[in-house]
Write a protein that binds this ligand. Structure first.
Ligand SMILES: NC(=O)c1ccc[n+]([C@@H]2O[C@H](COP(=O)([O-])OP(=O)(O)OC[C@H]3O[C@@H](n4cnc5c(N)ncnc54)[C@H](OP(=O)(O)O)[C@@H]3O)[C@@H](O)[C@H]2O)c1
Length: 201
């Protein structure tokens, strides 16, 4: 069965966006006062094979593109969707459709976007059904935590950026119990360390 992957750019103190995320952020990524979390997307000389316009360092490009090529559908929490200006009526991934999870109606969905109101497990199942055998990416700290609680996550990737943000939106929220991980790969690259974990069950 295809895997569920949560891959986020994260500060050393565990934040995936700044204190003031909003939809006006440069690149539309909703990072507010923390755009440095994604500097490594654009600070190298190796073009991404998957994402137009991204120029990464060679080790980052290799790892980033390997993960990006695995993704066949994306599931995102509502805040991720809203803080990224609805991904311009598209998807955060160039080819993968997007499933937005929210308890409330989302009225402005378009094109490759689908709204799921019945929780992250249903969203992952719906994403899997259209992913053509590829993996499902889960985006958003609250949603990633819900997915971990429900035992849905197979792999975690922390693109860890050497900054202490001091506040913002957390990658991981409270869990009812510990979750054991196995480190599969650690790649130190310019401006970011990529930590790839397998979730043990
Ligand atoms: N650094 C990175 O790589 C990265 C990646 C992704 C996102 N981000 C940033 O992270 C921030 C968003 O993360 P976040 O943790 O604040 O929020 P989030 O996980 O994107 O969204 C949370 C919302 O998703 C909905 N939701 C969550 N669990 C649900 C469930 N089980 N059933 C139904 N709906 C559910 C709820 O929406 P309702 O309240 O509408 O029900 C909840 O308020 C944004 O600023 C975004 O830009 C950063």
């Amino acid at each position: 069965m295809s895997k569920v992957i949560c891959a986020h750019a994260v500060s050393v103190d565990g934040f995936i966006s700044g204190r003031t995320p909003d939809s006006q952020e440069e690149f539309g990524r909703g990072l507010g006062d923390a755009p440095m979390l994604f500097d490594w997307y654009f600070s190298g000389d190796t073009p991404s094979r998957v994402f137009d316009g991204f120029k990464l360092s060679e080790p980052s490009a290799r790892l980033f593109d390997d993960f990006a090529a695995r993704i066949g559908a994306v599931v995102a929490g509502r805040a991720t969707y809203e803080h990224s200006s609805g991904f311009g009526s598209g998807s955060p991934h160039p080819t993968a459709p997007l499933f937005v999870v929210s308890h409330r109606p989302v009225t402005d969905l378009a094109g490759p976007q689908t709204h799921v109101t019945t929780g992250v497990a249903d969203a992952v199942a719906a994403a899997r059904a259209v992913a053509g055998g590829k993996d499902v990416g889960v985006m958003g700290g609250a949603l990633a935590t819900e997915a971990l609680k429900e035992g849905l996550v197979d792999e975690l990737v922390l693109h860890q950026v050497p900054v202490l943000l001091g506040g913002g939106r957390r990658f991981f929220h409270e869990l009812p119990d510990h979750v054991r991980l196995r480190l599969r790969q650690a790649v130190a690259a310019p401006g970011v360390t990529h930590l790839h974990y397998e979730v043990l069950r």
